[in-house]
Design a binder for this molecule. Structure first.
Ligand SMILES: Nc1nc2c(c(=O)[nH]1)N[C@H]1C(S)=C(S)[C@@H](COP(=O)(O)O)O[C@H]1N2
Ligand SMILES: [Mo]
Length: 363
């Protein structure tokens, strides 16, 4: 793989690996901004980052459709009205370092910075699908939209691919976009420009960057990152050899679970502290409340949600706590609109994904 042609990356990120470029900001920096500024947006790559000319870039849509179509960026923008959504992008490996402290896991030892709440502008995938038409003789309930990027080779496959159920893409309110702007600016190479997939509510792995082909098929994407990675295997699967036999038996991940993270803790007075953090909803609802404890969960104090915007955004919260934790440790717990509480402990899995134990902070 050729890493020599990469454009420069943000200098505000902590680098986990240079090749492929994987880097994240601190949660303390993130919670200061409701909309994450571009230079604090994490970079997660399974291969080299590539820069493309927008003028010559093309996207094709084929497979089980009535009329296969290819657009340049300009044609795509001219053919459909665009839509802007605020949506949270987060990597399935968020907080993997904490899960790895319980027992060894495989993967980049991400902390709690692989998350970003941005505005995305793009063409609704639904409109593109309705315009090409799905073949009438296919059973629509069993079809998948497979996204691919052939921009570069990847660590475990010759291209990057992911898929989502066609029914999800066709829902009027799913807000799946083929995006060309992030935070009001053209998408940068680091974040998949000129075109990337945005699937609000789904883990980042499905948000294919530098997308160049969309295929409607009667099965999920055959790509490694859909079939063999990003699955939650049961805890007894604790070696790569055991995992090999299990991948096909477990579903691909879609949503990540209810979560909250403590970004920063600071002393307000000699007897009170200010705790700030973020919280994200799982598949079952929106974030309804966040609570903070300084005594390991014996008593909880409510946090104030200072920002939340629509169904796909994160919540930013803060709490002024009377009392200074003797242990120096603060925990947070999110509650969603259906009454689910974030669990005290996360479930261990070999790949180290979907960790959502109570948030932890220290002062
Ligand atoms: N082409 C391509 N798309 C990709 C990836 C990749 O390695 N290659 N990584 C995925 C993963 S695992 C995540 S979490 C997000 C990260 O997006 P970002 O780098 O813009 O933060 O992109 C997804 N899309
Ligand atoms: Mo990811």
């Amino acid at each position: 793989m050729d890493y020599s042609k990469e454009p420069p990356h943000s200098a505000l990120l902590n680098i986990q690996a240079q090749e492929p470029f994987n880097a994240e900001p601190t949660a303390a920096a993130l919670v200061e901004f409701p909309i994450t500024p571009e230079d604090l947006v994490y970079c997660r790559n399974h291969g080299p980052v590539r820069e493309f000319e927008e003028e010559t870039y093309k996207l094709s849509l084929g497979g089980l459709v009535k009329s296969e179509t290819t657009w340049t960026c300009a044609e795509l923008k001219a053919s459909f009205p665009s839509k802007e959504v605020i949506a949270l992008l987060q990597c399935a490996g968020i907080r993997r370092n904490e899960m790895g402290a319980v027992k060894k896991v495989n993967g980049v030892p991400w902390s709690d910075g692989v998350i970003a709440n941005c505005t995305w502008r793009g063409v609704p995938l639904r409109d593109m699908l309705l315009s090409v038409g799905i073949k009438a003789d296919s059973d629509q309930t069993n079809l998948h939209v497979c996204f691919s990027s052939h921009a570069t080779l990847c660590e475990d496959d010759s291209y990057y691919g992911a898929s989502i159920p066609l029914e999800h893409a066709l829902k009027e309110d799913s807000d799946v976009l083929i995006a060309f702007e992030m935070n009001g600016e053209p998408l940068t190479p680091d974040h998949g420009g000129p075109l990337r997939v945005v699937v609000p509510g789904y883990l980042g792995a499905r948000w294919v960057k530098w997308v160049d082909s969309i295929v409607i098929a009667d099965r999920e994407s055959p790509n490694y990152y859909q079939q063999r990675d990003y699955k939650i295997l049961p805890p007894e699967v604790d070696t790569k050899d055991k995992a090999k036999e299990m991948w096909s038996k477990y579903p691909s991940m879609t949503a990540l679970p209810l979560n909250s993270v403590v970004g920063s803790v600071s002393l307000l007075t000699s007897s009170s502290i200010l705790v700030k953090g973020y919280s994200v909803a799982g598949a079952t609802g929106n974030v309804a409340a966040v609570e903070v404890t300084i005594d390991q969960g014996q008593t909880w104090q409510p946090a104030k949600i200072t920002y939340q915007s629509g169904r796909w955004s994160w919540a930013i919260w803060e709490a002024e706590i009377n009392g200074v934790p003797e242990t120096g440790v603060v925990h947070s717990c999110a509650v969603d609109t259906t009454g689910n509480r974030q669990p005290r402990e996360g479930l261990w899995n070999l790949r180290g994904v979907a960790y959502n134990a109570w948030g932890v902070g220290r002062w």
